[in-house]
Structures are given as C-alpha cells and as structure tokens.
Unconditional design. Structure first.
Length: 334
C-alpha cells in the first residue's frame, strides 16, 4: 500500500474507533460523527499531510460514522446516504473549508456510502456506479453547490465507484481506467451534461483511476502523471480539452499525495500546455498561442482552488512558456 493510502486507512480505523467510543458513551449521532472526524484528524497529525488533506480525511471519517449510525437505526438507504453527506459537510465546515470544497467533500462521502450500500445489496457494477453518482449529486446540491457542478460531482463519484470495483476484480490498469471513464460518462449523460462536458468528466475519471493505480504500484511522480494524462486522452478521444488535461494532472498530483497548492499548479501547467499545443497545431500566431495558454491555465487554476490573483500568475507563466517554446522551435532563442 502506498504511503498516502496507508495513512488514510489508518485514519479511517482511528475514526471508526472514535465513533465507537462516542456511541458507547451515549452521544448523539452528530456527536458520534464529530468524534470520528476528530479521531481521524488526530491520527494524521504526525504525517506529511496538508491541512486540506487532513480536513478531507476527517470529513470522510465523520461521514462514514454518520452512515453507520443511520444504518444501525434502521434508516432508509436514501437517509443513510444523506446522513453521510451532511456529517462530512459539517466536519469540513468545522475545519474551515469554503462552501465549494465542503460540497465536494459531502458529495464524495455520500457517493462512497451509496456505492457501499448498493454493493451490499448485490447490485451490478453499473448499478453501483449509478447509485454513487446519484448520491453524490444530491449531497452536493444540498451542500450549496450549483446544479451544474453537482452533475460533475455525480460523474466523479460514479467513476470512482467503478474504478474501485474494477480494481477489486483485478482488472489491468487500462481496464480500471476504462471502467471509470465509462461510468462517469453514463452518469454525466444521465445527469444531463452535454457531450463535451461528459467527455471531460470521463477523462477526469480515467485520469484519476490511472493515477491511483500507478500510486498503488509505487510508480514515480512522472510515471503517475504520464499514466493519468494517457488515460485521460484515451477516454476523451477527439473531445480532449485543456480543461480535461488540467483535471488529469490535478488528479495525478492528488493521488501522489502532493500538498496544496501543487495539484492546482500542475493543473494550470497541463491545461496551458495543451491549449498552446492545440493552437500551435492550428497554425495560430505566437500571440494567439500565448493568449490561449494563459486563459486555459488561469481557468484550470481557479477550478482547482487557486485564488484569482494566483491563477492569473499561473496564466502569465503559461503564456511565457508557450511563447518561449515557439521561439525555441523556430530557432530564435540564443
């Protein structure tokens, strides 16, 4: 097991123990979930995790504890999934996360819970992925995310559920990535996303799945990034975009355990480079290529959580690199 995965597994175990202690003490469901999150957070304090990653671990533990309490109380599957999302959102808020990030954390917790429930009920892989997507979308919207972004979270959760199922079935890396892409695409279409957005969601899911497989295999950072980019390109096909390239790079960095702001920086660089390559291939001028690189890098940076001013700096860097690369190719650099 890769270091980051081992840390997260240890945090989950600590969270479960914290929840059990709180339950034995007769605490309320909300207090049990909070205790799980706190225990998980304490378990990773000595590890090399960013505050954001530690908060995500705590929120996941809180969501799992809330789901367990709801399930043991005889609540319906829909109520169990909702409880997971709500508890994760509360834990994220307590850790100081902003609303968009809270919603992402809530969606992840709800999607994972929905997938687990569907698997326990003997559902097919396709049904498990669909359940994950539906649960994530509802939780994201309940946490304040816009309907459009919530649909993207549905695709992400469906892809992750499918990738987990394929990995458990010992599918090869290509099969894991393909399963993630297919599930994300189906969830996107079911949620009403347009073709381009569905392709981007499929690329993001495939990239993340490939990155996780590479991390588990102990690959280097460059191999992880290459695996994510290659899987994203295959999944998106002719619909590959700078945004999809940025998402794949961000997923690779996160899977490799990189702390913020590195994932956002990698997303901006990848998006900027792809935009520049596409423009250059179309015969655009240096100015047009640089402008496209700057715009793509800025948007990718903001989507990955950068502040506008920082994203603008990433855009400027991408523009400069694009111009320098074209000059070098033309032989005009010293």
């Amino acid at each position: 097991m890769a270091p980051q995965q081992a840390v997260r597994a240890a945090a989950a175990t600590a969270g479960s123990a914290g929840a059990e202690r709180a339950a034995v003490a007769g605490k309320s469901p909300e207090e049990i979930a909070a205790a799980a999150g706190e225990a998980a957070s304490q378990a990773v304090k000595a590890e090399n995790m960013s505050p954001v990653q530690a908060a995500e671990v705590a929120a996941a533990a809180a969501g799992q504890a809330a789901a367990d309490v709801a399930a043991s109380s005889g609540r319906s599957p829909e109520e169990v999934v909702a409880a997971a999302g709500e508890a994760a959102c509360r834990a994220a808020a307590a850790a100081g996360m902003d609303v968009p990030r809270r919603a992402e954390v809530a969606a992840a917790a709800a999607g994972k819970t929905a997938a687990d429930l569907a698997a326990s009920a003997g559902k097919s892989p396709e049904e498990i992925a669909a359940a994950a997507g539906e649960g994530a979308q509802k939780a994201a919207e309940a946490a304040g995310m816009s309907p459009g972004r919530a649909r993207e979270e549905a695709a992400k959760a469906a892809g992750e559920a499918a990738a987990e199922d394929a990995a458990f079935a010992d599918e090869p890396p290509e099969g894991v990535a393909a399963a993630a892409a297919d599930a994300a695409c189906r969830a996107s279409e079911a949620a009403g996303l347009k073709t381009q957005k569905a392709a981007e969601a499929a690329a993001a899911a495939a990239g993340k799945a490939a990155a996780n497989v590479a991390v588990a295999a102990g690959k280097s950072w460059h191999d992880i990034a290459d695996a994510a980019a290659d899987a994203a390109r295959k999944a998106a096909g002719r619909h590959m975009t700078p945004a999809a390239a940025g998402n794949a790079a961000r997923s690779a960095a996160e899977a490799a355990g990189m702390s913020a702001p590195k994932p956002a920086e990698e997303a901006a660089k990848a998006a900027g480079k792809m935009a520049a390559d596409m423009r250059e291939a179309a015969g655009s001028s240096t100015t047009e290529v640089s402008t496209a690189a700057a715009d793509a890098a800025r948007r990718a940076g903001e989507d990955a959580g950068m502040q506008p001013s920082t994203a603008a700096q990433a855009g400027a860097a991408a523009a400069g690199k694009a111009a320098a690369d074209m000059a070098a190719a033309a032989g005009s650099l010293p």
